[in-house]
Write a protein that binds this ligand. Structure first.
Ligand code: HEC
Length: 138
């Protein structure tokens, strides 16, 4: 019993320290694990040369952590997805298929601490989505 109480307090403190504490019950599940796996392949092929294999940046900005999506920075799923779908890869904007856009977005969400779920991330819902993107990665 006492140990349970300590665990609960520990979890509450961890929640306060987590950058993504904006989410009362953790960030929403917006993609499937299969999409993120496919997106990792798209990323290596079409993005890593500028954004870094670790997403920490290179010729392009980092796509992970607080420098990318800090609380209060007003980053949304829609703002990132629109950038990916319409302006990336920077050398050939819009050259990916809609499926590749969805998959690579799933991968970015996964790497920033968002959980996979049972519903797939869809192009039309993601374009313009106001769901906040707050990285849980420091
Ligand atoms: C040739 C280099 C290059 C490639 C390849 C590239 N990007 Fe970019 N990317 C950039 C640059 C440069 C910027 C900054 C442009 C700007 O802010 O206008 C950027 C910006 C972004 C942003 C916005 C970041 C922010 O903080 O606002 C996202 C998201 C992004 N890229 C995703 C991708 C994805 C996903 C891919 C692969 C499909 C990709 N990029 C491929 C160079 C590249």
């Amino acid at each position: 019993m006492q140990q349970y109480g300590v665990l609960k307090i520990g979890a509450a403190i961890a929640g306060l320290l987590l950058p993504g504490a904006a989410w009362a019950a953790g960030p929403p599940a917006l993609y499937t694990a299969a999409q993120a796996t496919a997106g990792a392949g798209v990323f290596v092929q079409s993005c890593a040369m500028c954004h870094g294999a670790d997403l920490k940046g290179g010729a392009g900005p980092g796509l992970i952590g607080q420098g990318f999506a800090a609380p209060g920075a007003d980053v949304t799923v829609g703002s990132v997805f629109g950038m990916v779908a319409q302006q990336m890869p920077a050398t050939a904007p819009g050259s990916l298929s809609q499926t590749e856009d969805e998959d690579v977005m799933a991968y970015i969400l996964q790497r920033n601490g968002y959980p996979a779920g049972s519903a797939a991330l869809a192009y039309k819902d993601s374009m313009g989505s106001a769901v906040p993107l707050v990285s849980l990665v420091k």
